[in-house]
Design a protein around this ligand. Structure first.
Ligand SMILES: Nc1ncnc2c1ncn2[C@@H]1O[C@H](COP(=O)(O)OP(=O)(O)OP(=O)(O)O)[C@@H](O)[C@H]1O
Length: 285
């Protein structure tokens, strides 16, 4: 089992380990080099080198506090690294107007769900993404936009809820509404932070199946999905990044990275990984 080095404040944080050419960046939606994030003396992330290509679907796995949300928020241009460089969609964070970058990135998280006003209709939650607003009803949403929102709601199986208010939805229906919202701007990258958290078994299986359909669609954007559970990896996902205590344990092709040994190192337990078809299951030995 690979030991995971603890991130302490005394560790040296590496500087960018590699220079990258603009031509290479054009094929990458995310490129992080020597990335560290520090807050109040704590290292939330250290020494992260990670790239995501246009046609890849990544799952980011790790225990509570591993730094997954911090990593995803950086990929969403919501926070900057303390050290190292981050390129998103070919642009370097710190040298690009993040307000121009963000509409090109679809992002769902529990924090976003908490900001949606309870009295906003499902259709407006989705359609307003195209206007980069939340909780502001506009009379002049374009008909085309409304049709697009309805299409996305249909693809996620909740078109019948278009007129309902967000506050009346179940947890699963809210998650699906926010995924539809995150796709509204035709993003080049879709970031999903624990989309299945809080769902019952049926809701989880339904969401996994819908995300699997999306993952297998060649026209879908690059995807990064954060989760705690291997059971939530939708078939069609191609790559995995394992994080523990702010550091990468392993990253690469799903079939290479997702092993009992790597999972054990990531979660600090002796774990057995089982595979059934295209799905994964894990338990303690
Ligand atoms: N602003 C901050 N100041 C200090 N520590 C922070 C700050 N934000 C996050 N942390 C800490 O950084 C660590 C990583 O947090 P993060 O939310 O990225 O982890 P996570 O892997 O997403 O966890 P979870 O699975 O529980 O959601 C946690 O220990 C958290 O308490």
């Amino acid at each position: 089992m690979t030991a995971v080095p603890r991130v302490s404040d005394n560790d040296p944080v590496s500087e960018p380990t590699q220079q990258i050419e603009q031509a290479e960046l054009d094929d990458l939606v995310v490129h992080m080099s020597g990335v560290g994030v520090r807050r109040g003396g704590n290292k939330l992330l250290a020494d992260v080198d990670w790239s995501v290509e246009l046609d890849e679907r990544w799952v980011v796995l790790g225990p509570n506090g591993a730094g997954k949300t911090t990593l995803l928020r950086m990929a969403a241009a919501e926070l900057h690294p303390t050290t190292g460089t981050v390129h998103l969609l070919g642009e370097r964070l710190g040298r690009v107007d993040v307000f121009e970058l963000r509409p090109r990135i679809g992002f769902t998280s529990a924090a976003l769900a908490g900001r949606v006003p309870a009295d906003e209709t499902v259709r407006d939650v989705v359609v307003s993404a195209g206007y980069a607003v939340l909780g502001r009803w506009r009379e002049d949403y374009d008909t085309l936009d409304t049709e697009r929102a309805d299409e996305l709601l249909a693809a996620l199986g909740i078109k019948h809820l278009a007129g309902r208010t967000f506050g009346t939805l179940s947890e699963g229906e809210r998650k699906r509404t926010l995924i539809a919202r995150s796709l509204m701007t035709d993003p080049e990258m879709l970031l999903l932070d624990e989309p299945a958290a809080g769902l019952d078994l049926g809701g989880r299986e339904d969401l996994v199946a819908r995300l699997s359909t999306l993952a297998m669609d060649p026209d879908a954007p690059a995807m990064v999905l954060v989760t705690h559970h291997v059971e939530e990896i939708p078939p069609g996902f191609t790559h995995a990044l394992l994080l523990a205590e702010g550091r990468m344990v392993a990253g690469g092709l799903l079939e290479d990275v997702l092993t009992g040994e790597n999972l054990s190192a990531t979660f600090g337990q002796d774990l057995v990984l089982e595979r059934s078809g295209a799905r994964f299951f894990a338990r303690r030995r």
